[in-house]
Design a protein around this ligand. Structure first.
Ligand code: ATP
Ligand code: MG
Length: 227
């Protein structure tokens, strides 16, 4: 068994923490996993990490995220072909949620698109692997942001950020619902599990495990409780 499992949610929801915990639990029962993330550390992912790229237009940035994912496909496919589960920290739903909101908000008429989400869907196309399962972490934005080191910018920037992330989170729920029902740009349906990001890391790891173990190891039996 092998495939692609993606982890989604706004900043600070605990995606990276959860991927690490699940990879450790999987390897403890002999399920081989490869942990990866987007943006990647490849050439396009490195561009995206460059502060200067944040000055680029919203469509140009969206194209870079898709280009980075395009390049990521080869290593994802290679690990799946080698019998591993690929655990990917952010993937297609991140682009659909963040970039569609940012494209809708950008005000320069030269860059305006009539249907940003549909445009992103057409860029993504059929050439990218559809995840077998996606875990979406949802939590109260203020609380999630408090976990990240949001430096500088003062109260105004923070308010803007909270408002943006609330919209991104709503978009995440929308695209995840569509993805679960095979109604996202004609992509095949995938399992979608929505988890409460405000739970403790341990509870979240357990909930993530319960959601994924039927896929990772269908024969898995939880150890009997010690009396
Ligand atoms: N369930 C949790 N409860 C409390 N704190 C948590 C929980 N999960 C993660 N954290 C802490 O919150 C911070 C952000 O977690 P993490 O880096 O996993 O989030 P993320 O979703 O990957 O964020 P980003 O989108 O910014 O990469 C870390 O300091 C982490 O230790
Ligand atoms: Mg992270």
């Amino acid at each position: 068994m092998s495939g692609l499992i993606t982890f989604e949610g706004i900043d600070g929801t605990g995606k990276s923490t959860l991927v690490r915990a699940l990879a450790a639990r999987a390897s403890a029962i002999g399920v081989r996993c490869w942990q990866t993330a987007e943006p990647t550390e490849g050439p396009i992912g490195q561009l995206l990490a460059d502060r200067a790229v944040r000055m680029a237009s919203a469509p140009a940035q969206a194209l870079l995220f898709v280009a980075d994912r395009y390049d990521h496909q080869a290593s994802i496919e290679a690990h799946i072909a080698a019998g591993q589960w690929v655990l990917c920290d952010r993937y297609d739903l991140s682009t659909f949620a963040y970039q569609s909101v940012l494209l809708e908000r950008q005000t320069d008429p030269r860059h305006s698109l009539s249907e940003p989400l549909a445009w992103l869907g057409s860029l993504h196309g059929r050439s990218m692997r559809t995840p077998d399962a996606t875990i979406l972490l949802l939590g109260r934005v203020e609380q999630m942001l408090g976990r990240t080191n949001m430096r500088g910018g003062g109260q105004d920037r923070r308010f803007e950020r909270v408002e943006l992330l609330e919209e991104v989170q709503r978009r995440y729920e929308q695209v995840a619902g569509a993805a679960a029902h095979g109604r996202l740009f004609g992509l095949p349906a995938r399992r979608v599990s929505i988890l409460d990001a405000t739970a403790s890391s341990a509870d979240l790891a357990q909930a993530g495990w319960d959601a994924l173990v039927p896929l990772l190891d269908p024969a898995y039996q939880p150890p009997a409780a010690v009396k």
